[in-house]
Write a protein that binds this ligand. Structure first.
Ligand code: MG
Length: 157
């Protein structure tokens, strides 16, 4: 049986933080505030995977009150999520995700991001599709104050 889950995440963009998206550092003057590295793409994918597997959400598994996850590399969340799925005999069929940010342009970084995400999840890069949108200057994302991501994951039981 195939099961799907959705994920969404948003982080404020602030000076003095590295912009990590999909496990890749993207050169920019701001980065996401957050307890971990604030990787919105990894977080949205993590929630999509947990949702599809019926395993709750990222906050249940990696609470931001836990000092272990302070400035954590969010690819570690994906590695652990993948191990939990494997233990329950779920295979990851496909992941599709959209990152919404006004600047910088993400397209040139997608090959490295797909590689990093696929590596953390232990799947082929052909199972991950990434898309980028701006918010057309509207709302906090459009003003460059935040970055958001949406993801859908499909698992095979
Ligand atoms: Mg997050």
């Amino acid at each position: 049986m195939s099961r799907s889950g959705i994920g969404y995440d948003l982080h404020r963009l602030v000076p003095g933080r590295k912009l990590i998206i999909g496990g890749v550092e993207v050169p920019f003057e701001k980065g996401p505030s957050g307890h971990s590295d604030g990787d919105v793409l990894a977080h949205a994918i993590c929630d999509a995977l947990f949702g599809a597997a019926g395993l709750g959400d990222i906050g249940t598994h990696f609470p931001d009150s836990d000092p272990r996850w302070k400035d954590a590399d969010s690819l570690r969340f994906l590695e652990q999520a993948s191990a939990l799925l494997s233990a329950r005999r779920f295979g990851i069929e496909h992941i599709d995700a959209t990152v919404i940010v006004e600047r910088p342009k993400l397209l040139p970084h997608f090959p490295a991001m797909r590689q990093a995400l696929a590596g953390a999840l232990g799947i082929g890069v052909d199972r991950i599709n990434l898309k980028a949108k701006t918010n057309e200057g509207v709302d906090a994302v459009g003003r460059g104050e935040a970055i958001a991501a949406q993801a859908i994951a499909t698992l095979e039981e």
